[in-house]
Structure formats: structure tokens, C-alpha cells
Design a protein around this ligand. Structure first.
Ligand code: KE4
Length: 446
């Protein structure tokens, strides 16, 4: 049952045979909540059964019924080189032949850390973990320990994974499912998480005037991918930097999504703002489970065994995941890669803009680097309130039409599309022509 979009069900998917996907999903629902291992995959806000994917190559994926799709989800961001990128597959296979895990220091984790620090110099020291959630959870614990303060500030609509302190007014799956926050988070903990609207410096200044001495850190997505694609207003990030410095709070950039997506050096390079701590994930693992948190040495040296702040993980720095990350970052570091990504992403944006204009659709595209989103409203989207304004049904109809046309989009109006190296001119032009039909479907539904 679709939670948000009323009754956009499978009958609207006349042209796609999803029989085998439905069979697998029926079995999956007996074994896993909602039949998925992450809520965002369940298609709850767009209706109908999700295709069960069986294979990916380059910019395309195939489902259990043999349907082919152009993929703009890219596993929610990691696959900037495309599916089954040869460099990554070969590196992972070579690593596996040497052993899949040791639980000991290895050469590969040192190599990946060097590549990360070279691209993001603010990460003077870092710790590998196995997910973005682990990275943000650990960064918060470290910030609280380093400052001796309990309160943390997050921005409404930003999503930082499912750590208890961060499941407050979160974006992504929490937003998609319309959950105000998550049950199970003790009020005694949630009360230490304060929230602010994104892109509102005066609100930040007011909060810090009132509680500055008790705030350990501000954590944010510098470009909010978990509400689509919301860029910072001119001077916003610089303003947060100034406020944190004045009040002795740490500035944490959660670049799990923006890292290597909005620039090789992430948002901190694109906007020239140096955070105290950064969290990474997704691209940095090349499709295998990796998260990273890091920053100023004197802060990171508080982490065990150097310091007292405890954080650990059996598979942290796993050799296969490190190999995938190394292969990905080495490829991204080559000459001309980001110029090529920018060209593809700008062509997609222009094609979608033209389709919106030619169909007279009340919609807009917002893009930063290889992250892009469509909003069914014409006015700019600067914060979570703006992003929530359009009725969910419009995106649900658009998503169904795109899927029917062989284009695989994130199943939520508050998620970013991801452009990668494998998206060629044909993928862009096919997507744009299917989008034109999709906008007509939205317009005909009124
Ligand atoms: P993971 O624990 O999923 O590796 O990372 C959590 C996380 C942290 N920070 C940001 C900015 C993130 O976007 C994420 C995870 N993003 C979602 C999609 N927007 C992952 C997809 C999912 O939840 O299944």
C-alpha cells in the first residue's frame, strides 16, 4: 500500500512484466521487514512493487524479469564509475585472492587513507568504518568528547544514517515514510539534538546566542541530497564556520553523499570551507561497505587507542572494500574526469529543463555537480519546507512513468539522482525523452 501517493499501484505499470520480481518480493516480505534491507528501497512513497535487480553493467541494470533500465540511483551514490566497473571488479578479485579479511593493519587501508587525505586535506587523520551511519555516529561521539558538551545541532531534512542522536527531523527514508522521528530513541538522548532550518543563518545565530556554550557540534550535509538537491545559499557555510568558531563548537560536514560527487574534494573544496570533522561513505567504498570519519589531528588523536574515545569494528578497513575504494579514487583522480562528469550532468539538466518547458510542467531541476533532483514546483527549493511543499502524488506518477519507460530513479521525491562516468549520450537522451512523456503523465493527471 502506498503511504503517500494514494493509489498509484501496479495497474499503472501496464508495459512492464514484473512477475518474477513480485514472486521474489512476496518471499522477501516473509523474511525481512517490508521485504527489504533498507526502507528507502521499498517503493513505499511511489507505490507498487520494486523491481528485484539481478545485474548491473555500466549505466544499466536488469531485473529478475529481464527488464532493462538506465540507472540514476547508482546504489544511492557509490557507483560513480558505473556498475561492475572493470577497475573495481579486478581490484576486489585480486584482494579476495589474498584473503578477504584479517582484523589487522593492512597496506590497502593506508593507501586509501593517503588518497582521501590528498583529496580532502582537512582530514589530517581518519578512521575507516563500515557505513556512513557508523561514521556520523562516531563523529558525534568524538565531538562531544572533544568539547565536553552534550548538545548537537542538525539541520531539518538532513539525513546522517540511523544513529540514535541523528534520527530527529531526518530526511531520506525517514522523510519518505513520513515518520516525524523514530520510536525507540530515548527522549533523554533526543533532547540533546537541536534542529535548525537549512540555509537560515539568523536562526543559527539565535540558537547559538541562547545555547552556544552547550553545543558540541553542528552536523550537516553541505549540499542536502536527502531532500533532493538543495545547495547552500551564498555565504551560508562560511557563516556556520564563523558561528562555530565563535562559540567553540565543531563544524562537521557529512560528505557521505557529497564527497567526490560535487567535486573531487567534496563540498569543502567546492565552497572553500574547512570543517573540523568530515564523514565519508558511498563513493569512497566504490560500492563496498565503507564509511570514514576524520579531521584535525588533535581531535582525531582523542580516538582509541591514541585517546579515550572508544570506537571499533571487526571489518573496519576490510581489504576488499579498501581495494574498491582505491580503484575508484585512483580513477577519479585522473585528468579530465570531473570535466567529463560535469558535461554529462549539465546535458541531463538541460534536457530535463527543456522537457519541463516544452510540456509546460510546474517543475524544476536543481543540480550540484553529479547530484540532481526534480521538484514539482517552479520556485527554488532552499530548505526542507520548500522540498515538502509539492504533493507526493506528482512525483509518484512521474516515477512510475519513468520506470515504465525503462528509467530507474530513486523511489522518493526527496532523494538525489546520481550521474556517473558510465552515463553516455544515449543514456541522457533516452532519459530525457522518457521524462518528456513522464511530465505529460503528471500534467494529464492534473
Ligand atoms: P549508510 O549508513 O547508509 O552507509 O550512510 C548513511 C548516510 C549518512 N549520511 C548521508 C548524507 C547519507 O545520505 C547517508 C545514506 N543515504 C541514504 C540515501 N539518501 C542511503 C540509502 C538507504 O538508506 O538505503
Amino acid at each position: 500500500m502506498c503511504i503517500e501517493c494514494g493509489d498509484v499501484q501496479d495497474k499503472d505499470l501496464a508495459m512492464i512484466d514484473l512477475q518474477e520480481s513480485r514472486r521474489v518480493m512476496a518471499r522477501a516480505r516473509e523474511l525481512m521487514p517490508g521485504g527489504v534491507n533498507s526502507p528507502a528501497r521499498a517503493f513505499s512513497s511511489v507505490g507498487g512493487d520494486p523491481p528485484v535487480l539481478v545485474r548491473g553493467k555500466g549505466a544499466r541494470v536488469w531485473d529478475a524479469d529481464g527488464n532493462e533500465y538506465i540507472d540514476w540511483v547508482a546504489s544511492w551514490g557509490p557507483l560513480i564509475l558505473g556498475h561492475a566497473a572493470p577497475d573495481v571488479v579486478e581490484a576486489v578479485c585480486a584482494a579476495a585472492r589474498d584473503g578477504t579479511s584479517f582484523g589487522a593493519p593492512t597496506v590497502r587501508e593506508v593507501r586509501l587513507a593517503e588518497l582521501i587525505r590528498r583529496t580532502m586535506p582537512s582530514m589530517e587523520k581518519m578512521r575507516m568504518v563500515s557505513s556512513g551511519t557508523e561514521a556520523t555516529m562516531s563523529a558525534l561521539r568524538l565531538a562531544r568528547a572533544a568539547t565536553g558538551r552534550d548538545e548537537v545541532v542538525k539541520l531539518d531534512g538532513c539525513f546522517h544514517g540511523h544513529g540514535d542522536s541523528l534520527l530527529v527531523k531526518a530526511g531520506s527514508g525517514v522523510e519518505t515514510l513520513g515518520l516525524p522521528d523514530s520510536p525507540g530513541v530515548p527522549t533523554g538522548l533526543a533532547k540533546h539534538t537541536l534542529t535548525l532550518p537549512f540555509n537560515d543563518l539568523s536562526a543559527a545565530e539565535a540558537l547559538f546566542r541562547e545555547r552556544g556554550g552547550r553545543i558540541a557540534a553542528v552536523i550537516l550535509e553541505p549540499v542536502v541530497g536527502n531532500m533532493g538537491c538543495i545547495p547552500p545559499r551564498e555565504g551560508y557555510l562560511q557563516g556556520l564556520r564563523r558561528i562555530c568558531d565563535y562559540h567553540g563548537a565543531l563544524l562537521i560536514f557529512d560528505e557521505v553523499m557529497t564527497g567526490y560527487r560535487v567535486a573531487l574534494g567534496g563540498a569543502q573544496a567546492r565552497y572553500g570551507v574547512r570543517p573540523d570533522l568530515t564523514t565519508l561513505g558511498k563513493v569512497v567504498g566504490g560500492g563496498l561497505p565503507v564509511g570514514v570519519y576524520g579531521g584535525r589531528s588533535e581531535i582525531m588523536d582523542e580516538v582509541a587507542p591514541e585517546g579515550p574515545v572508544y570506537q571499533a569494528g571487526t571489518l573496519s578497513g576490510n581489504p576488499l572494500a579498501m581495494a574498491a575504494g582505491i580503484a575508484t579514487l585512483e580513477r577519479l583522480s585522473r585528468e579530465g574526469v570531473y570535466e567529463s562528469l560535469e558535461l554529462t550532468a549539465s546535458e541531463l539538466e538541460k534536457g530535463l529543463d527543456d522537457a519541463i518547458e516544452s510540456t509546460g510542467t510546474d517543475a524544476r531541476i536543481q543540480r550540484v555537480g553529479t547530484m540532481l533532483a526534480v521538484y514539482f514546483r517552479r520556485e527554488p527549493v532552499w530548505n526542507a519546507e520548500d522540498a515538502r511543499a509539492p504533493e507526493p502524488e506528482k512525483f509518484a506518477r512521474f516515477h512510475r512513468a519513468m520506470l515504465e519507460g525503462g528509467v530507474y530513479l530513486p523511489p522518493s521525491r526527496v532523494e538525489s539522482w546520481f550521474v556517473g562516468m558510465a552515463h553516455d549520450e544515449e543514456a541522457v537522451s533516452q532519459t530525457v525523452s522518457v521524462a518528456r512523456a513522464g511530465f505529460e503523465v503528471v500534467n494529464s493527471a492534473g
